[in-house]
Design a protein around this ligand. Structure first.
Ligand SMILES: Cc1ncc(COP(=O)(O)O)c(C=O)c1O
Length: 456
């Protein structure tokens, strides 16, 4: 039985795991092939070479169960890793629940989220292959600031296409990226064909992640090899780098003398959820354990709960390879009133596959309920959750209340993927009663399906 005093389970620097866990080795069936956007034939490493360094392409297709974390990456990780695992005793008390609630806290990284776990690795592998510049997209700026910092560490220029509405509404996010030396544009821009084509149709377009991805991909594809593209979620190698979270959590749960019945994370593209959950999924698949996995997403952008499992583009203009995933359609525009982040139209193919296989459950939440739970969390645990992470907090509170009703001693583990210090405008809107709940209509998804590539 776990003791009744500790709230924090720490690992020493030298206890940090030396490998990332690759779930591809344990999947119940192989993931569907990635297809060329023009020919619809499976892509090979050479097709991806204009965009990514070979080391990352090899990780993308690797089936090795464990992949060593290079020493220079470990050194950077050690500035804030291993991250703490907390027992949320005051939240348990506030909810009067028999559930034991643990959370892994990724907000201790310099930029305040889990994103540097992959940004640092990606910058390292690009530097190893002589890449001078990385292009990328960012929504509210969490990913952009992580890659900007990693670029500064490894001497790589970073060019960021930031969704225009966030660029205008969140000027300090832009300043953070600039402080790390990155160049930031409000997307759609006039700098790329993709941006120009969107602006020609709609000069007032306020941008989306899908559009910003199109612009960043185009910059890399046309650079003649000097610039590569970097993505902060969705891809296998990104999920792989994030598994440092779950690998640490496995050791920390052991220190706590407990094991989760349910593992919870919020999902945008799926990286922080996978980072925590996949090592536990691996344990379940190998040892036949009974663990539930719950992905929490917004009602306003419900890719897992309402999206279609189909081949689609990763970007809006249709430049990326086609991947089979849960998607709301590559031309999805998130509703302007949504304040909680997690606005990407698709979901990581591996998370999508595991959802199809019944291994991962998903639940969508309204934003007022998310902020209500986040405020309760802040008042009991002290940490103000990033609105994205607040979706996981909502799911945890609901699980803990269900445990109270049934009197069951549930063990809940979740990922608090970041703090909300840069998101207080969204909290302000919540306090002022200005947040509207919005459910993305099923008809819009059905209509978007008509515009998805028809893969036979
Ligand atoms: C703090 C935080 N959590 C979660 C996410 C969602 O991304 P993912 O699903 O890849 O973890 C983001 C995305 O920007 C984020 O900033």
């Amino acid at each position: 039985m776990p003791d009744n005093v500790h709230i924090k389970y720490l690992l020493n620097e030298d206890e940090m795991p030396r490998t990332w866990y690759n779930i591809m080795a344990d999947l119940p069936k192989p993931p569907p092939a990635v297809l060329h956007p023009g020919t619809h034939q499976p892509v090979g490493p050479d097709d991806l070479a204009p965009l990514f360094p070979m080391a990352l392409i090899m990780q993308e297709v690797s089936t090795e169960p464990y992949i060593e974390i290079p020493e220079p990456v470990r050194q950077v990780y050690n500035q804030w890793r291993p991250t703490p695992l907390f027992r949320a005793r005051r939240l348990e008390k506030a909810l009067d629940t028999p559930a034991r609630i643990y959370y892994k806290y990724e907000g201790v990284s310099p930029v305040g989220s889990h994103k540097p776990n992959t940004a640092v690795a990606q910058a390292f592998y690009n530097q190893q292959e002589g890449v001078k510049k990385l292009s990328t997209e960012t929504g509210a700026g969490q990913w952009g600031s992580a890659l900007a910092m990693a670029g500064a560490f490894f001497g790589i220029d970073v060019e960021i296409f930031m969704v225009k509405i966030s660029y205008q509404q969140k000027p300090y996010r832009r300043s953070i990226m600039q402080a790390y030396g990155a160049t930031v544009h409000a997307s759609p821009t006039n700098l790329t064909d993709a941006g120009r084509s969107i602006l020609a149709q709609d000069p007032e377009n306020m941008g989306s992640l899908g559009i910003a991805i199109s612009e960043a991909v185009e910059v890399a594809a046309k650079s003649g090899g000097t610039t590569k593209y970097s993505l902060g979620s969705v891809l296998n190698h990104v999920l792989l780098h994030q598994t440092i979270i779950g690998e640490e959590a496995l050791l920390q749960m052991e220190k706590a003398g407990d094991y989760p019945d349910v593992v919870i994370g919020c999902v945008g593209g799926g990286s922080n959820f996978s980072g925590l959950a996949f090592p536990f999924v691996g344990q379940m698949l190998r040892k036949g354990l009974k663990t539930r996995f719950l992905a929490a997403e917004p009602m306003a952008c419900p890719s897992l709960t309402k999206g279609i499992y189909a081949y689609d583009f990763g970007d809006t203009v249709g430049m990326t390879p086609l991947v089979k995933m849960h998607t709301l359609g590559h031309d999805f525009m998130p509703p302007g009133i949504h304040a909680g982040g997690l606005r990407y139209h698709g979901m990581a193919p591996v998370v999508s596959l595991l959802h199809e296989e019944g291994i991962i459950d998903a639940q969508a939440y309204h934003q007022n309920a998310v902020f209500e739970a986040s405020v309760l969390f802040a008042r009991s645990e002290g940490i103000i959750p990033a609105p994205e992470a607040g979706h996981a907090v909502r799911a945890v509170v609901d699980e803990a209340l269900k445990a109270k009703e049934s009197g069951k001693e549930q063990v809940i583990l979740f990922n608090l993927s970041g703090h909300g210090h840069f998101d207080m405008a969204a909290y302000d809107a919540y306090f002022a009663g200005k947040l509207q709940d919005f459910e993305y209509p099923a008809e819009a998804v059905a209509a978007a399906q008509q515009r998805m590539p028809q893969v036979v």
